[in-house]
Ligand binder design. Structure first.
Ligand code: ADP
Ligand code: MG
Length: 283
């Protein structure tokens, strides 16, 4: 579904590579979490997957990016709209300002896709319910709180049902309930097997619970890529400042204090933490 080969990129007027020889394959239905310190290149990778690089940001690009069978560099953003959708880091930037209500805002992208009018309202309603915005149809997008605007930005993209959803820190304005809603909605979309999700997120516990794969980026490169249960306890990830879930931190402390054998794999979620502490130690 996503195929990236030897992708390197510099923003116009800058000499530094922000993506340095990235290669990556993602299958349909995967839920990929991207983690990494600030400046690692996570947003830039999202832009490259969504076509903002090179169609909006020029600069120097090497290598190829293919999403849903389309070579990004050879496909216009308009032609990509049904294949890949992106929720940008700041939800305020995503709101078009062209529409007066939440309902119209979500309908906007569907109209542009040429969806028949009689299908638009039911689809908007369904999507607003999925992100917890039912009842807000007639509000002005600008009268919403930051968290509600973030849900709206996500709804506007999800409604178009792209094959690939790219979300750059989509829960930054949300409380834990809102964060759970968004992750649950994305999870249900990937469970259909039709939607592929790539999501940048600092809240590692949510990544641990929902992502099927984690990619850790640092300094324009991929440092680790694999099963969340392995990547999120990788000591290299700690060293570059990605951190660890509080479960991993507690377990590591218990190991350091000699309470748990050193060879026991560290947990990342509450569920495997219980197992970690319940299993009898070897001695
Ligand atoms: N529009 C831009 N023009 C020039 N440099 C940029 C631009 N956006 C980001 N950068 C630089 O690219 C590097 C990677 O940034 P970014 O992809 O935003 O990383 P992350 O999302 O991991 O924080 C940073 O050094 C940042 O300053
Ligand atoms: Mg970013």
């Amino acid at each position: 579904m996503i195929s990236v080969h030897n992708l390197s990129y510099k923003y116009p007027g800058y000499s530094r590579l922000v993506l340095n020889d990235i290669s990556l394959e993602v299958q349909r239905g995967e839920f990929v979490g991207i983690v990494g310190p600030n400046g690692a290149g996570k947003s830039s990778l999202c832009y490259a997957l969504a076509g903002f690089i090179p169609h909006f940001y020029c600069g120097s690009l090497k290598g190829t990016v293919e999403v849903a069978g389309k070579i990004i560099a050879d496909t216009t953003l308009g032609e990509l709209a049904g294949s890949v959708g992106m929720v940008v880091q700041n939800p305020f930037n995503q709101i078009t300002g062209a529409r007066f209500t939440v309902l119209e805002e979500v309908a906007f992208g569907l109209e542009n896709l040429g969806i028949p009018r009689d299908q638009i309202v039911p689809r908007v309603e369904e999507t607003l319910a999925l992100v917890g915005l039912q009842g807000f149809e007639e509000r002005s997008p600008f009268a919403l709180s930051g968290g509600q605007q973030q849900r709206l930005a996500i709804a506007s993209v999800i409604a178009m049902r792209p094959d690939v959803l790219i979300l750059d820190e989509p829960t930054s304005q949300l409380d834990p309930v809102g964060t759970r809603d968004v992750f649950a909605a994305l999870h249900s979309l990937t469970q259909t097997g039709m939607t592929t999700v790539v999501l940048v997120e600092h809240k590692l516990e949510w990544i641990a619970s929902f992502a099927t794969r984690v990619i850790a980026m640092v300094d324009a490169k991929i440092l680790a890529d694999g099963n969340p249960l392995e990547v999120l306890v990788d000591p290299h990830i700690q060293e570059v400042g990605v951190g660890a879930t509080r479960y991993t931190q507690a377990a590591r402390l218990a190991q350091r204090r000699g309470l748990i054998p050193q060879d026991r794999a560290l947990p990342v979620t509450l569920k495997d933490t219980q197992r970690f502490f319940e299993e009898p130690s070897h001695d």
